[in-house]
Design a protein around this ligand. Sequence first.
Ligand SMILES: N[C@@H](CCC(=O)N[C@@H](CS)C(=O)NCC(=O)O)C(=O)O
Length: 219
Amino acid sequence: MPEGRLYIGTRRYSSWSLRGWLLVRLAGLDVEEIVIPLAGGNTEAIRKVSPNGMVPFLEHRGARIWETTAIAEYCAEIAPALWPAGRTARAHARSIAAEMHAGFRALRMAMPMNLGRNYAGLGQTPESLADIAHIEKLWGATREQFGTNGPYLFGAGFNAADAMFAPVVARFLTFGVPLSKPAQAYCEAVRAHALVAKWYADAAEEPASWRLEKYETLA
Ligand SMILES: N[C@@H](CCC(=O)N[C@@H](CS)C(=O)NCC(=O)O)C(=O)O
């Protein structure tokens, strides 16, 4: 019997759902997944169940958790390895995860997540390119300081910081963003992670009727 529910949106588009789902799965929570097709904003079925009208929303053993950073912290209480063990590394991981949660708006607007399309070359505005340059610097500095023993931001283990950046990787792949070799290698490692691969596979199975014109016809 599952111990709760994780509400997510259309996997093809919902970048925050991907983060929440990765966190919940990495923590090994036994929850039922409820997928609510996104209506492109203000989805009524989501508003009915979720306190902030958004997904992801987690109900687990009586706790109700919304906002992805809160889900990350909740999951990390259960699975502490979601954050690095060392104090300074953990502080850094939390900082870059928080920066992701609060920022990179230009990138998110110019390059919406769509796991089923090839938008190579689109979405490259001066503002989105500035976000991308900053993210590449952040990844590079993080890996250099904390991640030299493996392919992820903090080395061998895919952790909460990687979960926060996984949809950025998805955007870089969809939009064929030109990246430095190390950033490209990081993207490939994230894409190849078993959970990310499963999310892509499940997204590919979603009904075509869930597709939204505004995300399928970028000029
Ligand atoms: N700040 C929220 C953002 C969540 C968010 O924007 N979710 C989108 C889907 S990716 C959503 O639920 N949108 C409502 C809708 O499309 O109806 C979080 O961190 O969880």
